[in-house]
Design a protein around this ligand. Structure first.
Ligand code: ATP
Length: 559
């Protein structure tokens, strides 16, 4: 586990409910600024980047790239031409993320089916543009690897002010799988993809089953690099600890470490491995504190020696009163021994014991029978992603069998929603801090084209409770579903206010309207009050947690 360096140790005042005080976030913001600087350092390193010689910027703009994108991702665009919107035909909607809608499309030039990820930008929010540009930079750096989603191109369009990322179109999400040979096959591909990312100096930082996509040939590709970052293998540059979807977040991040490496992704791989065997997330915490508690209950709590040596910001407050024994092997006694062996390594509390993706590929799990099957022999399980997208409205693809259980009753979970809100705000915050950083450092306002979809966060969490089963590792399950059905009608917004829930399903024509002209951007007229956003954010979470507590009390009193 990384140690705390310098200013991180000044982080304090973290409340037990998992809310974060503004000074904590201030430091996180500062660290994210460092991270962005780090990214710049990588960009400027001639070994890692071609850089944009003077004059090339002009050429890029002449080539049709919008100014705003050239200014933040110029070197990455070098050698690329923007694709015209009318060279694609938009077909069905096949997915929806917090920040994007994903459509199946046809590349009319190559006569090939592709996925078009339409990225939403908040109104007058150029920092979101920069955030997105970072995703493009990372994806281009990753290049072409069979197990990493390939960015085939970028499409820009004037009228709708949208940006589309073009990817290979994948047919399936990674569902629960029964056969060991199949799980080995997918895990093998996942680790190869991850090894490629790490060897290119990139941490994914959001490894989870829903970000692992599979095509009809059984090829798994790691997708969604929206939270990814460049990293320093020596772990000398601080990174934010507020990333990775909660269920898959490693203990060092929950304890507030800002110096971490490949271990954060390997922890996620361990969670995915368990989930593929059991069919549900193995540690579904609802808050950061509960997540850490679940981790300690399953993986054991660290020794006193560890707590004494560790200098992580939240360590003191989060140390369990009673130590927990590691019960991974007993909990998963039904699973093949080699699988639990690999989980045991990947789910090490100490990040350095998790090893690397390359080492995991040599694990006994892969070298003993039954061996991984060939991707081409994997069963082609219907439904396709289009059907899946529709099905998601009702039951959510990864928990289908679970949802069929009559005893499952969906109840809104304020804490879970608070967590989601927190995640959404976090990305927003990172984006804000990024701009703020630039404004402070260069005294320059971002200019360029604002892409405004008028939409914002648009997913919700639903917590399903069921009768406790024999497994002691999961009593509750949280499903993530789109708020909108496939026709774009709002289903249920959950208790949290969604800032803007307009959906632009009718913007399907924007891909065939005209070329890539972007007018000048309105400049940011007013600095963003990051503190205010953070205070408001913390207050909302606190309120949600309080409400949840009240509800629990009331429910107890009733029975
Ligand atoms: N290349 C692809 N082929 C098929 N479907 C895809 C592809 N890329 C994304 N999707 C679908 O769209 C969904 C959203 O995509 P993605 O996760 O990249 O968006 P996001 O806005 O970054 O989401 P998140 O909320 O996970 O951060 C995915 O869960 C997946 O189902």
């Amino acid at each position: 586990m990384g140690s705390s360096h310098g200013k991180s140790s000044t982080i304090r005042n973290r409340s037990v409910e998992g809310t974060v005080s503004s000074d904590v976030v201030e430091i996180c913001v500062a660290e994210e600024k460092e991270e962005i600087l780090h990214t710049r350092r990588w960009k400027l390193n001639p070994r890692l980047s071609r850089g944009v010689p003077k004059g090339i910027e002009g050429e890029l703009v002449v080539a049709g790239w919008p100014n705003w994108l050239v200014s933040v991702a110029g070197d990455t665009l070098n050698g690329w031409l923007p694709r015209r919107a009318d060279t694609f035909e938009k077909l069905d909607k096949i997915g929806q993320g917090t920040y994007s809608n994903v459509y199946k499309g046809r590349d009319l030039l190559l006569n090939k089916v592709v996925a078009l990820k339409k990225v939403r930008f908040d109104n007058l929010d150029p920092e979101s543009v920069k955030f997105m540009a970072r995703e493009i930079i990372l994806l281009r750096r990753l290049g072409d690897h069979p197990n990493v989603i390939k960015l085939e191109g970028v499409v820009t369009s004037k009228m709708s002010c949208s940006l589309y990322l073009v990817f290979d179109c994948m047919e399936y999400d990674l569902n629960a799988i029964q056969e060991q040979e199949e799980i080995k096959c997918y895990m093998n591909q996942l680790l190869k993809g991850l090894d490629h990312c790490h060897s290119r100096g990139i941490l994914h930082r959001d490894v989870k089953t829903s970000n692992l996509l599979v095509n009809k040939d059984g090829i798994l590709k790691i997708a969604d690099f929206g939270l990814s970052t460049f990293f320093d293998p020596e772990q000398s540059i601080p990174l934010t600890s507020r990333i990775v979807t909660l269920f898959y977040r490693p203990p060092e991040l929950l304890l507030g470490s800002n110096y971490y490496g490949v271990g954060v992704d390997l922890w996620g791989v361990g969670c995915v491995l368990g989930e593929l065997f059991t069919g549900k997330p193995i540690m579904p915490g609802r808050t950061e504190v509960e997540q850490l508690h679940k981790i300690f209950k399953l993986c054991g709590s660290p020794s006193d020696d560890f707590w004494q040596k560790i200098k992580l910001p939240n360590a003191e407050m989060l140390k369990p009163i009673e130590p927990y024994r590691r019960i991974l092997h007993t909990t998963f006694h039904d699973l093949p021994a080699a699988a639990v062996g690999l989980m045991d390594t990947l789910l090490s509390i100490r990040a350095e014991y998790r090893g690397t993706a390359a080492l995991a590929l040599q694990n006994e799990f892969f070298t003993t029978e039954p061996f991984a099957c060939d991707p081409s022999s994997l069963p082609q399980c219907p439904p396709s992603k289009e059907i899946n997208a529709k099905k998601t409205e009702i039951e959510g693809s990864r928990v289908r069998s679970y949802a069929r259980d009559k005893s499952v009753r969906a109840v809104p979970a304020p804490e879970a929603n608070a967590e989601l809100k927190s995640n959404i705000d976090r990305r927003q915050l990172i984006a804000h801090s990024e701009t703020w950083n630039r404004l402070e450092k260069t005294n320059e306002y971002v200019s360029g084209g604002v892409i405004n979809e008028g939409t914002n966060s648009s997913t919700f969490f639903q917590v399903s409770s069921r009768k406790e089963g024999s497994e002691n590792y999961t009593q509750r399950e949280i499903r993530k579903e789109p708020i909108h059905d496939i026709k774009g009608k709002k289903k249920w917004s959950g208790p949290l206010p969604v800032p803007s829930d307009k959906m632009h399903e009718s913007d399907g024509l924007d891909l065939v309207e005209d070329d890539q002209y972007f007018g000048p951007l309105p400049s940011a007229s007013k600095p963003i009050d990051v503190d205010r956003i953070i205070r408001e954010h913390d207050r909302q979470i606190q309120e949600s947690v309080e409400r949840a507590k009240q509800q629990k009390k009331l429910a107890k009193a009733r029975y």
